[in-house]
Design a binder for this molecule. Structure first.
Ligand SMILES: [Fe+2]
Ligand SMILES: [Fe+2]
Length: 396
């Protein structure tokens, strides 16, 4: 049964350039339960002020997947073992952050750090703001592992569960952990950014969590993760490209290696959804449409540094201007997934399934029109200061 619970959401009414405007809600009928106890609400309000002052309480839906569907995920155990775990890299063959950083035990450590800092001086502030935002997003990894472990039928029930789904989630987390770690250490050594402000932002972000609107439902969640892994692949690939343009080959290399991980993860998650389309096309088509109607919001949407209540929007506007991640990318990803999952070719759907199919297939065309507006908005944007670069101002 689906429950509607108290949740936190971003206070700003601005539309972030990463997420596109919300449309009418969609999906099968659900049952809601809303908290009505005033003292409980006051308690939440007080906690909110202390730990997540930029958030307000809204509604959230939980457990929307019919219980009988859990069996589908259990029946896929062998398939996950043979088809998904192969997309993980054995630890012994993985790169580690230390492979890209000066070795603190070597005699040449100080010189290597000095060289890294000299090369970092050639890169403009706006690039660093985007790299910091990307790093903070990666550093909120505890939230993402938590999210995956809210999912009915696939969660890691014990923290060391031997099911292939749980093995995937833990090993995926372990691979992802290297991303934030590497970017964090690089940024620390670069001497270009205010690490304390960045660390505060990470603390706030993990405290705030995220609202991916997956409703404990793996159909919805794996569509979200497919989208997100491709989004992070594009984003890290572009930070690599720009670093190369500034002739910073070491930075380009490390961003490129992170992008390659994201690509592997994208392959795994899109394969899961492909399988769901194969065995349960109706539910999967409706889940795809549902997620797209709700928007794929970025995992770091609740970003806050203790000062700027629109920090995420400001960061994403700079990313849009630099071409690291844009509204065009959002639509391109959607188009890619529609093709990848052969949504146009699906047959034998129910009326609801056909409606969902039609919606996702037509959506890219509608979103293209909004891209122009987002670009114009980026051109008109004012100067904004970022605490991550010692309150220096950037044109958005
Ligand atoms: Fe990552
Ligand atoms: Fe990833």
């Amino acid at each position: 049964m689906a429950l509607k619970l108290v949740s936190m959401s971003f206070q700003s009414q601005e539309v972030p350039c990463f997420g596109l405007p919300a449309m009418a809600s969609f999906g099968s009928p659900r049952f809601f339960m809303t908290s009505t106890v005033p003292s409980a609400n006051m308690k939440v309000e007080n906690l909110r002020k202390k730990f997540m002052p930029h958030l307000k309480v809204q509604d959230q839906i939980t457990h929307s997947m019919p219980p009988q569907k859990i069996e589908i995920f259990k029946s896929l155990d062998n398939w996950v073992e043979n088809n998904i775990l192969i997309h993980l890299k054995p630890v012994e063959k993985s790169w580690e952050p230390q492979d890209f950083l000066p070795d603190p035990t070597s005699d040449g450590f100080n010189e290597q750090v000095e060289e890294l800092r000299e090369r970092a001086k050639e890169i403009p502030d706006d690039y660093f703001v985007v790299l910091v935002g990307d790093m903070i997003t990666e550093e909120a990894l505890p939230t993402y592992q938590t999210m995956l472990n809210t999912l009915d039928g696939v969660r890691d029930e014990t923290g060391a569960s031997p099911t292939p789904w749980a093995i995937w989630t833990r090993a995926w987390t372990a691979e992802e952990n290297r991303h934030g770690d590497l970017l964090n250490k690089y940024l620390y050594l670069s001497g270009r950014v205010d690490m304390r402000q960045i660390e505060k932002t990470i603390q706030y972000l993990i405290g705030s969590g995220m609202d991916m609107k997956a409703e404990n439902n793996p159909y919805l969640a794996y569509i979200y993760t497919s989208f997100q892994e491709r989004a992070t692949f594009i984003s890290h690939k572009n930070t690599a490209k720009i670093a190369k343009g500034h002739e910073n080959i070491e930075l380009a290399r490390l961003c490129g290696f992170i992008a390659a991980d994201e690509k592997r993860h994208e392959t795994a998650y899109t394969k899961i959804v492909e399988k769901l389309f194969e065995i349960d096309p109706d539910e999967t088509a409706r889940a795809f449409a549902d997620m797209m109607r709700k928007n794929i919001t970025m995992p770091a949407q609740f970003m806050y540094d203790g000062q700027d209540e629109n920090l995420f929007n400001h960061f994403s506007t700079v990313a849009q201007r630099l071409g690291v991640y844009t509204t065009k990318d959002y639509t391109d990803i959607l188009e890619f997934l529609v093709d990848q999952w052969k949504v146009k070719e699906l047959t034998g759907l129910s009326a609801g399934g056909r409606k969902a199919q039609e919606f996702v297939c037509q959506l890219p065309q509608r979103l293209r029109k909004l891209e122009v507006r987002a670009q114009l908005r980026a051109k008109e944007a004012p100067n904004v200061k970022f605490s991550w670069i010692y309150d220096r101002k950037l044109k958005l």
